[in-house]
Design a protein around this ligand. Sequence first.
Ligand SMILES: [Zn+2]
Length: 133
Amino acid sequence: MFNSFSRHWTVPVQKVKAHVVESADLSDRDRFFKVGNDAADEAAKAGLAAHPQATDEQQFDLAKKIRVAKAVCLLAARLLPLWPRLDLSGVELAKAPGKNAAKKVGTELHEWEWCRSYWRCSVCLKIRRPLDF
Ligand SMILES: [Zn+2]
């Protein structure tokens, strides 16, 4: 992220109180920070305005999609524990491939492909657990 030129483009940042109201009680230091913060706010708003903004319809549509996605996640979180776990105890064991293993192995009629944590035949969809083939 940073290269040898980064030091020429970085400046120290100091966090200051935001939205300070002008008052005679402000110290010179606080007034200095207020002016700087106000300028930063103005520049940020100008930067935001320079980008295309979503229409009300687009924002409504996005909010609706987010609500639906959250509802689906909540539903899945509640339903998945009720689902029976996949039982592979009766499934034949097959060895997991190394990093450089070929995509397909075997000489049978099956076309074995490594699928995350088990072998699956791309022809008949039979699966084998990872152990010796
Ligand atoms: Zn097969």
